[in-house]
Design a protein around this ligand. Structure first.
Ligand SMILES: [Zn+2]
Length: 172
């Protein structure tokens, strides 16, 4: 199911390099384009880089499957799995981020400035990555907080993903 959601629409998915020598991560541009940069990825951060790649694929899934993304129950999951989310506010933005995600609206480790992102959009993509990478915990950069045993710690989010994204497969 993950594969068919990722491929929905039948368009080619492009992966482009960002020419920069700092940082280790990626970003999603639109439904057909992911950009990655690995100039400062070390062996120790390959797990982080893998997490980024899957996270960006989650954005592609939301962009290519808008009805699935609309159905993602972010506000109720942030309450029922409250230990998995962190509240953040900055300016007029306020919301709950799945806490393994590297950024918040306000993240002191990221220049202490307001960041223009969307808590629901980022938490959806992050959960798709956590489903695969947080068996024994995943710790990313900046404001990322480790979630151990995502399947039991964030059981409601896990169950939603299992049903709606991963077709019943749990992988571990
Ligand atoms: Zn993202």
């Amino acid at each position: 199911m993950y594969r068919s959601l990722l491929m929905a629409g039948g368009n080619t998915l492009y992966i482009q390099d960002i020419a920069r020598t700092t940082g280790c991560g990626g970003l999603q541009v639109d439904a057909n384009l992911i950009k990655l940069y690995d100039g400062a990825c070390s062996n120790a951060s390959l797990g982080v880089f893998r997490h980024f790649i899957i996270h960006e694929s989650g954005h592609i899934i939301s962009a290519r499957n808008p009805r699935l993304y609309q159905a993602y129950p972010h506000s109720s999951l942030s309450q029922s799995d409250s230990s998995c989310f962190q509240y953040s506010s900055c300016g007029s933005n306020a919301g709950y981020f799945l806490k393994s995600y590297a950024l918040r609206y306000y993240c002191a480790a990221y220049s202490s400035k307001c960041v223009d992102i969307n808590a629901r959009y980022e938490s959806f993509a992050e959960s798709i990555s956590d489903y695969l990478t947080s068996t024994n915990g995943y710790t990313g950069a900046l404001c990322s907080v480790t979630i151990n045993n995502f399947n039991s710690t964030c059981s409601n989010t896990f169950t939603w993903l299992k049903t709606n994204v991963y077709g019943g497969y749990t992988f571990y």
